[in-house]
Structure formats: structure tokens, C-alpha cells
Write a protein that binds this ligand. Structure first.
Ligand code: MG
Length: 460
């Protein structure tokens, strides 16, 4: 009776899907994704910071906290491209930061989370910093969002315009009231969207510089203006969570919180080495909190490796939407979020800076292959800033040595070889300019360098 068996198999699969959270028949959950700009791994109370973040700490207690969650890039635009598309930014056409003079953005060939959820009837809004192209065709309202409110790029770029959809509503945008105004827009969206599944993407402008906090928070933290700004973002998260509860949406809404890259001039990367603009862990490892009452276990910490590229495939499954046609680099991490698995075996995770692959994470290991000859956002050396291959690759055991202090490559040649093979295999799937950059870097080896240090021109 093959037909009967097929039917049984189908029913078992459907029941399994519902039980595992991949519901297609039930009302799809609302999604709120709150994204900070340049917030460090160590900047929240629940990650060991002295800053007061009671709402985010409560979110961690009521949901899951990840300790190895990665942005796909250490700067703003590419990390957002990865979040929105589930793909490496070097694959998605946004390898570097976009400026107001640029006329490009996230290519049309890419599909965003918003476009993906739209196929399931979601109402969608983006509130905050978009940074995937500021010309009308690249703005959120042309990339799957019904509505947009925010500064379309970084707040240190000019002109500093505040947009509603594609119209300028304020120039030059006032920094001090940004967070409360973003929050007001988010709350209004939640209120008018109840009754329909919705996706609220809330990429805050802060704590990217120049900093601004409202009178209610200014001077109130014990960590200067940076602390005030983070504590105001925490307040905003509390307002959003409160609105969901007030509207009776609490139990059918998944709320996620993270940041695009590590801390810049201020902020804390915790014990992690490096900051924004570097592929050391401090540049790319981020806080990640996820709360979904009854579906994500309370108060659990997950040490499994996860990435912003995983958000699209995870939400597509959770919300019953078909994933985009483009091949994805992210994976569905619902098995970790639901508590079914502590970690998921996955292909090596690549760390890109601009077009250059510099490191790869595979299991407990991280291999550094190449590095720039200067620190990001510092004066370039004579001859320009170039990416070069380390004379000897460096291997760090991120379980035993999370701050990348002890190079164990000489003791683990087979691990080094295995990760190299995986990088080579993956790189062959990237667009030609990215492959070319990889080849060019391999042909450019630094003469000598101290372990972990940036080689100075005089030493080469
Ligand atoms: Mg950033």
C-alpha cells in the first residue's frame, strides 16, 4: 500500500514540523529583529558589562543567550547585507561600507528577509539605519518593506537626513531624540499591525558615533555618553517588549537582538581580541538574544556557532515561507533556538574584511590566513593599505582560548590543512572578483611578523 505509507509519512512529517516549530498551518509568528550598530560583545549586563541593561537582561532570562554568534563582516553595510540575505556579503554584492556618494546598494538579484516574509502576507517595516543603498530603488520600501523611517546610512555621514519612506522629513537629523523617535514609530507599527503577521526590523543608529541620548538618559549612566546611549537602547527594547504584551502578541512573537559589528572607539568587546574593522573575534562576535515564550526555552545559554546569515533561513522555516532561490550560506538554527540541540555541525565559517577572506572558524578552531598591514580607521602606511598572507598561518582554539592569545598552528598541522582545504573549496564558489582577491593575497606574503601583530612596512 504505497499510497497509505506515503500518507502516513506525510502526516508524520507534518506533525514533526509542527512540533519542531516549523508550523505552516498555524498563524505564523510575528518577528521583531532589533539590531544595534557597533555594540560590543561585552556591552550588555547579561554579557558581563557594568552598563545597566535590565530589559535586555530580562530578555536573556526569558529567552536564549548565544555566546558564539557572528556577524559576517566587521563593518556596517556588508554585515547588514548578510543579515538581510542569508549570504556572505561578498556573494551578495556588498563587500564594503556604502557612502552617500555611492550610487549602488544591495543588488536586485538578492532577496531580503522582508521579501521572503511578504510571500506569507507579513506587514513589514524598517525603523532605523538601513545602509544598503540610499537611492530610492535601494531603500527599504523597494526591498520588501511596506514602510521605512530612519537615517539611511551611518550618522557620521552627510547629509544626515531622516527619511519617512523615500521622503526627507528632517535635515539635519537631530541625534538626541533619535532613539525615542525610532521607538515611537516601532510601537505605532506594532499597534496598527496586530491582526496580521508582521516583521519589524529595527536597526538602531546607535551606539555608532556621533552619539546622542535624550535628556532622560543623558548623564545618567556611569559610563559617559556611550553608557547613556546603550541604556536608552535598552529602554527602547523594554518599550517594544511592553507593547507586544499590551497588544496580546507576546506569545506569538519572536524577538531577536544583536549588533552588526564590534565596538569602535568606545564600547567593550569583553575578553575578545580586536574591535570594529578587524576579523579578530572582537570585530565580529556579537551578543545575540532570542525570546519566544513557550517556543524558545527560558534562561538558556547556547554555545553553538551561529551567524547573522542564519536568520533568514531560520525565519523562513519558522514562518512557513519558501526560502529565496539564491543559494544560502546560513543554516536553519531553530534546533538550537528550540533547545533541541546545543550545537549544529556546519561548514567552516569564513571571516571576510572587504573582499578578502582572512580567517575561518571550523568547530573549536579558528585559522587566520591573511591580514591587513594596518589597523582599520588608522592612517594607511606608505604604499597603501594592503591585505597580505601571514608567513605562518595562526590557529586559535576558541573554546580554550577565546581571546585568541595562543597560536597552536605548529602543534596542529592536520587541523590547519583541513581548514585550508575547506576554505579553498568554499572560495571556488564565490564571484570571480572575490576569487581573484583571494589569489592575489596568496601571492603576497609578508616577510616576517610577530605572532598576532600587524606587520609594519619597515619589517617587511
Ligand atoms: Mg556598525
Amino acid at each position: 500500500m504505497p499510497e497509505l505509507l506515503d500518507r502516513r509519512a506525510f502526516l508524520a512529517t507534518a506533525a514533526g514540523a509542527l512540533a519542531s516549530g516549523h508550523a505552516s498551518a498555524a498563524t505564523p509568528p510575528n518577528v521583531v529583529f532589533i539590531y544595534c550598530d557597533d555594540l560590543g560583545y561585552g556591552d550588555l549586563g547579561c554579557y558581563g558589562s557594568p552598563l545597566r541593561t535590565p530589559n535586555l537582561d530580562r530578555m536573556a532570562r526569558e529567552g536564549m543567550r548565544f555566546t558564539q554568534f557572528y556577524s559576517a563582516n566587521p563593518v556596517c553595510s556588508p554585515s547588514r547585507a548578510a543579515l538581510m540575505t542569508g549570504r556572505y556579503p561578498t556573494r551578495a554584492g556588498v563587500p564594503r561600507v556604502l557612502f552617500p556618494k555611492d550610487t549602488t546598494g544591495l543588488p536586485d538579484s538578492e532577496t531580503t528577509i522582508a521579501q521572503t516574509l511578504k510571500t506569507r502576507g507579513y506587514k513589514t517595516m524598517c525603523v532605523g539605519k538601513w545602509h544598503l543603498g540610499h537611492l530610492p530603488q535601494y531603500l527599504p520600501t523597494n526591498r520588501g518593506f511596506d514602510e521605512y523611517f530612519g537615517i539611511p546610512y551611518s550618522n557620521d555621514m552627510t547629509p544626515r537626513v531622516l527619511l519617512h519612506n523615500t521622503e526627507v522629513v528632517e535635515q539635519t537629523a537631530t541625534l538626541e531624540t533619535l532613539t525615542p523617535r525610532y521607538t515611537e514609530q516601532a510601537l505605532k507599527f506594532i499597534e496598527r499591525s496586530k491582526g496580521s503577521p508582521f516583521f519589524l526590523y529595527m536597526p538602531h543608529t546607535y551606539p555608532h558615533i556621533p552619539l546622542g541620548a535624550s535628556a532622560r538618559f543623558r548623564g545618567k549612566s556611569k559610563a559617559g555618553l556611550y553608557g547613556d546611549v546603550v541604556e536608552e537602547i535598552d529602554w527602547s527594547v523594554g518599550e517594544v517588549l511592553g507593547a507586544l504584551k499590551k497588544q496580546g502578541l507576546d506569545n506569538n512573537t519572536v524577538v531577536m537582538f544583536s549588533s552588526d559589528n564590534g565596538p569602535w572607539y568606545q564600547g567593550s568587546a569583553g575578553r575578545l581580541r580586536g574591535r570594529k574593522g578587524m576579523t579578530w573575534e572582537g570585530g565580529v562576535r556579537e551578543p545575540f538574544l532570542a525570546r519566544f515564550p513557550g517556543r524558545i526555552p527560558k534562561g538558556k545559554t547556547c554555545g553553538g556557532i551561529a551567524s547573522t546569515m542564519d536568520i533568514l533561513p531560520t525565519l523562513a522555516q519558522l514562518c512557513g515561507a519558501a526560502p529565496p532561490k539564491n543559494p544560502l550560506d546560513g543554516i536553519d538554527i531553530w534546533p538550537m533556538l528550540s533547545g533541541a540541540k546545543g550545537e549544529i555541525e556546519r561548514e567552516a565559517l569564513l571571516y571576510f574584511d572587504d573582499v578578502h577572506v582572512q580567517c575561518a572558524r571550523w568547530g573549536r578552531w579558528k585559522l587566520h590566513l591573511s591580514r591587513y598591514n594596518s589597523v582599520a580607521y588608522s592612517p594607511a602606511p606608505a604604499g597603501g593599505r594592503i591585505n597580505f598572507t601571514l608567513k605562518q598561518p595562526e590557529l586559535y582554539d576558541l573554546i580554550g582560548d577565546q581571546d585568541e592569545s595562543y597560536d597552536v598552528a605548529p602543534e596542529n598541522p592536520r587541523v590547519v590543512a583541513e581548514i585550508r582545504t575547506r576554505i579553498d573549496r568554499l572560495m571556488a564558489t564565490f564571484p570571480e572578483p572575490i576569487q581573484r582577491a583571494y589569489t592575489e593575497t596568496r601571492n603576497r606574503t609578508a616577510g616576517t611578523h610577530a605572532v598576532g601583530a600587524v606587520t609594519r612596512p619597515a619589517e617587511r
